[in-house]
Every structure is written in structure tokens, then in C-alpha cells.
Design a protein around this ligand. Structure first.
Ligand code: AMP
Ligand code: GLY
Length: 425
């Protein structure tokens, strides 16, 4: 098989590495890809993920058998529909289904309608009404821009003043662009967060092993929200009891709800869960693999990824059982200092060869490229996802941090407490 992956971050690198392991895959292409993905795939850095026509032409030119669309923007924008209309076999939800991530108002209404446990909320498209509602609400409270906002459109407000300023930021100043035309105001929940990713074929759902992300930029969960500074899998807090509850009230219920709405979901659903004192609640849905969740989950998956992908497309997932290694993985993101606000890029990355031949160690590239001289340089806020597997979470964490010392670039920044929660488990 020849496969094309759409995307160019650490998630796509992890997907490419999983596909490389498949006996059924002969050639992998990736747009735009990056310098790390180029080790396992032929990349075309000149094609962006939102250039749908160019992606269709490239897929046809390379005569690929399958296109795997990984990032949220093209999924929500309908790339899967465009590829399918062009006769290309494609993995990922179509536009009608990707709205599960594309609109928080849609996903909240869906959960309410189908009794899927989540935080209480109201939706607003008028800032005055939002402010009037806040006057009577309990603090802290959570404001969410309706649309895609690079994982940054969520504000947790401790006081009424902060909340009013938040409404202005989202709906009037349009800090998150048109994502803020509508807004969800939601009850503040407390508890541990867990991510559960799943494969879905429209009817059947198969959940993968759990993971736990670290979204804030700085140690001790301080600083701004980012795309994710590191994570680990499995989460020791995701117990059998929690899984039973979620299987019963959340996972299949979500798949059935989407089918009932005439929006059957095929692809990956990422459940962002909060384990509250009252039980698990859905924080958010994503219509794709998480980044860096894919890095710690896929390296532990025993199935041939292409078998699972095919089953999702063909509606035969009920015949598939997912298997994961009985071990653990930790990913520490090496970022450019200043991320997620302002940072310099273009610095040479050295030491990448230290990962060659080292089993259980992975250097997933999130933001890298080749410069004019063919050197690998930094090209983003998140640069590398240093990932290691171990028999236990503690071992995996020690190995991942050890490997963060193998690579260097100017302005290298990381959190030092990824997986610290493991010690409390
Ligand atoms: P989301 O993009 O919806 O996952 O929100 C980003 C982050 O904001 C989550 O990972 C949580 O840490 C936090 N968050 C979102 N919704 C709530 C809520 N209702 N209560 C408390 N924290 C929340
Ligand atoms: N790491 C969180 C996400 O991919 O949305």
C-alpha cells in the first residue's frame, strides 16, 4: 500500500512510525511533513494542510491507496469530503461529523440531548446576554469560544470582573477570531484530567489505552495553556471502575448520538475527561488523535494500525480487538523558549543521531525542517517530543528525561515535572 498522511507535527510523526511498522505499507507520503517524518516518509513541505486541491492532486499523482487526515483544521474544514468526492479512500471524519470538535456549542447540545455526563452550560451569541448571565453565576466559571482556537479558546475565570473581561476578549475583541462569534459558559469542575482516544467506524467504538496531558507551559501547571508540553500513558487514575462508567455512559453513547443525528463518525474520537468527585465528565471532544497523546499511545499499540484504519473505513471494527503492551510511555516536549507566545526558530538541532538503534526511545519531530544547507533546524513552538517506554511509568519517565539531554538547540525549553502525578497514584 501507498499511504498519504496529512499533517506535519509530532502526532503525524507517531502515525508515520506506526505505519512504517505495518507489513502492508510500502511507501508513506506526508504533506507538509517535517524533518523527522522525512526519515520514514517522502514529504512535500510546499503543500499546506488547508490546500485541499493541491492535496488531492498530490494524492492522485502518487497514486496512493489511502489518505490519513490527522489535524483538526482540515478535518473541520471538510478535507475528508473533498478527498472522498475525488474518489480517494480516506481515514478521518467528514465535515458533518468533525463538528463534534469544530463547535463546542454543538458538542454541548449533543451531550445534553443524549444525557452524556458533562458540565452544566449555556450558549450565547450576544455578549450582553452572556454578561447578564454571569452576574448571577457562581465563580469560578469557564468561558469557551465556540470554534477551533488552537486549544487556547478556554478561559477559567475566578471573579465576575475576569469573566466580564473574558466575554469582551472572546466576543468583542475577537481574540480567537470567528471562533468567538458564539460562546459557551460552563460550570467549573475539579478533578484529574484523563484523555482517552478511540477508533470509531460509525457504529462501533474501540477505546485505546489512556493518557494524561500537561497543557500548561510551566512547571507546577503554571503559565499559559499550550497544545501540550508532555504526557504519559497509561494514566494510573483511569481505573477499571472509571472505564466501566465511561464505556456505559459516555463512549458508545457519543457514537450512537452522532449516528442518530445523521452524522455517523468514522475516525478517531478523543475524549477529554475530568474525573470529578461526582464521577467522570466530558470536558471536550476532539475529532482526531491528540498531540502528544498519539506519541505515547501508538508506540504501545500492538495491532497493525492499517488493520484498524481499514476496519474504521469499512465499518468492521466490531471484528477488531485493540491490544496494548503492558508497559508505559512518557513524552517530554522540547519547545522553543517563549512558546506559546513569541519565540525564535531556525536554530540547528544536534544530537538526533543519538536515537538511532535505541529501542524504546523515540524522538518525534513536532516543529523541524531542513534549512537551505540540509541541516535540521527548529521550526515551531513545540520542536521535539522525546518519548520513552519502560516497564513502569517511573522507568519510562526516567528514560524520557535522560533522552532529553541527547539533543540540543538554542532556546531549548521543557517542563521538568511531566508525569509527577504518577508519584501520587
Ligand atoms: P478544553 O479545550 O475544553 O479541553 O479546555 C482546555 C482546558 O481547560 C482543559 O484541559 C481543562 O484543564 C480546562 N477546562 C475546560 N473546561 C473546564 C471545566 N468545565 N472546568 C474546569 N476546567 C475546565
Ligand atoms: N494534547 C491535546 C490535543 O491534542 O488537543
Amino acid at each position: 500500500m501507498k499511504v498519504l498522511i496529512v499533517g506535519g507535527g509530532g502526532r503525524e510523526h507517531a502515525i508515520a512510525v506506526a505505519m512504517k511498522k505495518s507489513k502492508r505499507v510500502d511507501q508513506i507520503y506526508c504533506v507538509p511533513g517535517n524533518a523527522g517524518i522525512a526519515e520514514v516518509a517522502e514529504c512535500n513541505p510546499s503543500i499546506g494542510v488547508m490546500e485541499f486541491d493541491k492535496i488531492v492532486s498530490y494524492a492522485k499523482e502518487k497514486a496512493v491507496d489511502l489518505v490519513f487526515v490527522a489535524p483538526d483544521d482540515p478535518l473541520v474544514g471538510g478535507l475528508v469530503d473533498v478527498l472522498q468526492e475525488a474518489g480517494l479512500r480516506t481515514f478521518g471524519p467528514n465535515k458533518a461529523a468533525a463538528i463534534l470538535e469544530g463547535s463546542k456549542a454543538f458538542s454541548k447540545d449533543l451531550m445534553k440531548k443524549y444525557n452524556i455526563p458533562t458540565a452544566a452550560y449555556e450558549t450565547f451569541d450576544d455578549p450582553d446576554k452572556a454578561i447578564a448571565y454571569l452576574e448571577t453565576a457562581e465563580m469560578p466559571i469557564v468561558l469557551k469560544a465556540d470554534g477551533l482556537a488552537l486549544g487556547k479558546g478556554v478561559l477559567i475565570c475566578n471573579t465576575l470582573e475576569e469573566a466580564k473581561a473574558g466575554v469582551k476578549e472572546i466576543m468583542l475583541d475577537k481574540h480567537f477570531g470567528s471562533a468567538g462569534n458564539r460562546m459557551v459558559i460552563e460550570e467549573f469542575m475539579t478533578g484529574r484530567e484523563v484523555s482517552v482516544l478511540s477508533f470509531v467506524d460509525g457504529k462501533t467504538i474501540r477505546t485505546m489505552t489512556s493518557a494524561q496531558d500537561h497543557k500548561r507551559a510551566k512547571d507546577g501547571d503554571q503559565g499559559l495553556n499550550t497544545g501540550g508540553m508532555g504526557n504519559f500513558s497509561p494514566s494510573p487514575f483511569y481505573t477499571k471502575e472509571v472505564d466501566d462508567f465511561c464505556q456505559k455512559y459516555i463512549y458508545q453513547a457519543t457514537v450512537d448520538a452522532m449516528a442518530s443525528e445523521g452524522r455517523p463518525f468514522k475516525g478517531v474520537i478523543f475524549f477529554g475527561l475530568m474525573l470529578t468527585p461526582k464521577g467522570p465528565r466530558v470536558l471536550e471532544y476532539n475529532a482526531r488523535f491528540g498531540d502528544p497523546e498519539a506519541q505515547v499511545v501508538l508506540c504501545r499499540m500492538e495491532n497493525d494500525i492499517m488493520d484498524v484504519v481499514d476496519a474504521c473505513i469499512d465499518g468492521t471494527l466490531d471484528r477488531v480487538e485493540l491490544k496494548f503492551e503492558d508497559n508505559a510511555a512518557v513524552c517530554v516536549v522540547l519547545a522553543s523558549d517563549g512558546y506559546p507566545v513569541a519565540y525564535e526558530k531556525g536554530f540547528e538541532i544536534t544530537g538526533l543521531e543519538n536515537f538511532k538503534g535505541k529501542e524504546d526511545y523515540y524522538c518525534f519531530h513536532a516543529g523541524s525542517k531542513f534549512d537551505a544547507n540540509g541541516k535540521v533546524v527548529t521550526n515551531g513552538g513545540r520542536v521535539l517530543g522525546i518519548t520513552a517506554k519502560g516497564a513502569t511509568l517511573k522507568e519510562a519517565r526516567a528514560k524520557a528525561y535522560e533522552a532529553t539531554e541527547w539533543v540540543h538547540f538554542d532556546n531549548k525549553y521543557m517542563r521538568h515535572d511531566i508525569g509527577k502525578a504518577i508519584d501520587e497514584a
